[in-house]
Design a protein around this ligand. Structure first.
Ligand code: PMP
Length: 353
C-alpha cells in the first residue's frame, strides 16, 4: 500500500496565461479592457482594515441585497461565490448526484468535464453541428442534467431564449444550468424564466461585463429550493467563500448601472469593428455575442499565428482540441490594442501566405 494509490487523480482545467511582465496586449482570458466603475474604487477605499479581524458575513447580505435590487427579484433567488467557477462547481456538486449522464456540448467551457470528473459525475458531450451551433436534438433523451453556456464559449454563438425555454421545459425532471458568463454583450438572458421553471439555474459573473475578474464574484439565480440546496452544500464545504472587499466592491458595481451599460456598449462596438477587420484579413469569424471572437484563417495555421503573436507580446487563446485547433479565440481589447493586433496579423498572414 502506497499513499499515492489513494491520491485523487485529476486532469485540471488549464487557465489562460497571466503574464507577469509588462508591455503585453492581453487578449486571452476575456477580461474587460476597461476599469470597473469608479464607485468600486471609492467603496474599497472606504473599507476599514480593522474589519478584517472578523469573518465576513457568510450570507454576503450586502451583495445579495444589491443583486436583488438590480434584478428586481427576492433575495432568496440568489447564491454568490468566488467567481462563477465556484458557483458552477458548487452547482455540479449539488444537482448532479444521479446515475444518468449529464449532457453538455463537446465544444464549450472546458471546465465542465473537469468538474464532472472531479465529482465523479457521469457525463456525455453532445456534438455541436457543422456550424458550431448547439443542437436541441442531441439533448432529447433521459439524462442527469444539462449545462449550456449561452452565449457558448469559445464559439461566441448565442441561442435564443425560446431555445433555452424549450430545453428547460423538455427536462422538468433534471436541473438545467445556463452559464451566462457573456450574456451582457448581446445574448438573451434566461433570468426571466426562473419564476416559471423550478429546474432552471442561471449563472452569471462579474468577471467580464463588470470588469472585476480579479475580485472573483459570481452568482446563480434560481428558485428558492435550488438556492437552498446549493447553500446546504456550500455550508458543508466552506462557509466564507466571499471575502469582505469582494462583497462591498460587488455591491458598488451593481449600483452604477449607467457606467456598466456604457462600458459594455464600448466593448460591443469594438467587437463589431474587429469582426470586420479580421474578415478583411481573410479570417472566417463566428458571429459573436460575447467579448471575444472565435476565428480561423483558411491559409495560415492558428497555432502559427498564436506563436507569432506571442513573440510580439500579443497573447490570444489557442485550444488544442481536435474540433477547435484551427481557431483562435481573441478577447476584445481597447480600440488601440485591437489596431495593434490587426497590424501584427497583417504582417504574420502576409508572411505566411
Ligand atoms: N463560464 C464561462 C463560459 C467562462 O468562459 C468563464 C471564464 N473562464 C467562467 C464561466 C468563469 O468565470 P469566473 O469564474 O471568472 O466568473
Amino acid at each position: 500500500m502506497d499513499w499515492r494509490d489513494q491520491v485523487r487523480k485529476v486532469v485540471p482545467y488549464v487557465p489562460g496565461e497571466q503574464p507577469q511582465g509588462t508591455g503585453f496586449i492581453k487578449l486571452n482570458t476575456n477580461e474587460n479592457p476597461y476599469p470597473p466603475s469608479p464607485a468600486v474604487e471609492k467603496a474599497l477605499a472606504a473599507v476599514d482594515a480593522d474589519r478584517f479581524r472578523l469573518y465576513p458575513d457568510p450570507e454576503a447580505g450586502v451583495l445579495i441585497g444589491a443583486l436583488s435590487e438590480r434584478f428586481g427579484l427576492p433575495k432568496d433567488r440568489f447564491f454568490v461565490g468566488a467567481g462563477s467557477d465556484d458557483v458552477l462547481g458548487m452547482a455540479f456538486l449539488t444537482f448532479f448526484n444521479g446515475s444518468l449522464p449529464v449532457l453538455f456540448p463537446d465544444v464549450t467551457y472546458s471546465f465542465y468535464d473537469v468538474w464532472a470528473d472531479l465529482f465523479r459525475i457521469p457525463y456525455e458531450q453532445v456534438p455541436l453541428d457543422e456550424h458550431y451551433e448547439i443542437q436541441a436534438a442531441g439533448y432529447d433523451r433521459p439524462c442527469g442534467g444539462i449545462v449550456i453556456a449561452n452565449p457558448n464559449a469559445p464559439t461566441g454563438l448565442a441561442k435564443s431564449l425560446s431555445f433555452i425555454r424549450e430545453m428547460v421545459e423538455n427536462h422538468p425532471d433534471v436541473v438545467v444550468i445556463v452559464d451566462e458568463a457573456y450574456v451582457d454583450f448581446g445574448g438573451e438572458s434566461a433570468v426571466g424564466l426562473i419564476e416559471t421553471y423550478d429546474n432552471l439555474l442561471v449563472v452569471q459573473t462579474f468577471s467580464k461585463s463588470r470588469a472585476m475578474a480579479g475580485m472573483r464574484i459570481g452568482y446563480a439565480i434560481g428558485n428558492p429550493e435550488l438556492i437552498a440546496a446549493m447553500q446546504a452544500v456550500k455550508y458543508s464545504y466552506n462557509s466564507y467563500t466571499m471575502n469582505l472587499p469582494a462583497q462591498i466592491a460587488g455591491a458598488a458595481s451593481l449600483k452604477d448601472e449607467a457606467y456598466f451599460k456604457e462600458q459594455v456598449d464600448r466593448v460591443v462596438a469594438t467587437r463589431e469593428r474587429a469582426k470586420a477587420a479580421l474578415a478583411e484579413l481573410g479570417f472566417q469569424v463566428l458571429d459573436s455575442k460575447t467579448n471575444f471572437l472565435f476565428c480561423t484563417h483558411p491559409e495560415v495555421d492558428a497555432e502559427t499565428i498564436f506563436a507569432a503573436l506571442r513573440t510580439k507580446k500579443i497573447i490570444v487563446r489557442h485550444f488544442s482540441g481536435e474540433r477547435v485547433k484551427a481557431f483562435l479565440r481573441i478577447s476584445i481589447g481597447t480600440d488601440e490594442q485591437m489596431d495593434t493586433l490587426f497590424a501584427a496579423l497583417k504582417e504574420i498572414i502576409g508572411d505566411g501566405r
